[in-house]
Design a binder for this molecule. Sequence first.
Ligand SMILES: Cc1cc2nc3c(=O)[nH]c(=O)nc-3n(C[C@H](O)[C@H](O)[C@H](O)COP(=O)(O)O)c2cc1C
Length: 413
Amino acid sequence: MPAAWQRRGYSIAAMRRQARAALPRPVFDFADGGAEDERTLRRNEAAFAEYALLPRPLNGAAARDQSLDLFGHRLSLPVLLGPTGLAGLFWPDAERAAARAAAAAGTVYCLSHGSVCTLEQLAATGAAPRWMQVFIYRDRSFTRELAARAQAAGDDALVLTIDNQLLGNRERDLRNGFSIPPRFGARDLAGTALRLRWLARMRRDLPRITFGNYVRPGEPADIRTLAGRMAGLLDPAMNWADVDALRRDWRGPLLLKGVLHPAEAAEAAARGIDGLIVSNHGGRQLDGAAAALEALPGVAAAVAGRIPVLLDGGVRRGADVVTALALGARACLIGRPALWGVAVAGEAGVAHVLDIYRREIDRAMGLLGAARLADLGPDLLFRRQQGMPPCPTSRSSTATSISTTSPVSATPG
Ligand SMILES: Cc1cc2nc3c(=O)[nH]c(=O)nc-3n(C[C@H](O)[C@H](O)[C@H](O)COP(=O)(O)O)c2cc1C
């Protein structure tokens, strides 16, 4: 019999509501919020509503297959867990819990540079496939060091995040006085008994929370020192030469995360990058940036199938995943939904979140008339502003220009 939280957590939005009730306000907002006016944060989700699906139910299939190959691994669903720093704030040992849930579900877990556990501790779980996310640091040898550690730990891919070289201006954190380590007043914990349960659960871990990968022997390991050092480490002058250097150092799939511009996408493919993640960091960095989904068609057109294109930002429904795949993404990543899952019930909560996506994708594919992910193409979509493609039997003068294979344009919105 499902637990109460599982019954109440019937959708990603319902899991978010439970996470909001379970976490102190500053902790919930740290994950939930975006930069400045949160325009890009809202735009990520809203962009999916700009597209409508055109079902072909007579292409019915008794069972749908949502598995895919990605960098030599067979994944059982096109939803991966993206990197989220300080996940260990939401549940004790959250990163390892989430990685185990991802592996059990047959998908990828990508560890953040800013994880609480170290990349070696994550590797020791044996959970796979496992990706590691890094930045370009002022001290390039630190980027090389992290890549070498990930290689030694047997990580399956390296993700270079390029949209975080300056820290985003997260005003919810400023309003809430969010600090690391977190400090709470009675007001932050008021409201639900669940927040006190979070405090009890985290009591042992909170004082020890730190950025595990940055701890160096003989140096202070407290999070305040490390956070200060980390912000100073990021180099806004990063450029393609750094990408090339990492390409030479890392033996295995190398992905760029935070690509929105088609010219950068084309350049990356030409320089031997193995995959792209179309992303605006979940609206946490440049407020006013395009929604990931808006940028996807341009990026997909620029790489023209040479390397896989993934997408994250605002993916909250199976139909969102289906929409992104129809527009050229190989798979999607999620950030906040996995954190909501882990905040509600640890490993079981993340498993539940992945299960929601799996069930919704299956239902959407079934209703759409798609038996395999390869069946998802732009012919199954139209964009609201462009209007529904005219009916081929109408006497409209545009009827001759109707393309039943691509009613959606391949240029960014
Ligand atoms: C709390 C939090 C921490 C994050 N930390 C990182 C990080 O360390 N590295 C990174 O590349 N992206 C980070 N991201 C961005 C996510 O990887 C992802 O791009 C974004 O959350 C996707 O949007 P979604 O949350 O709408 O799914 C973080 C996001 C959140 C919410």
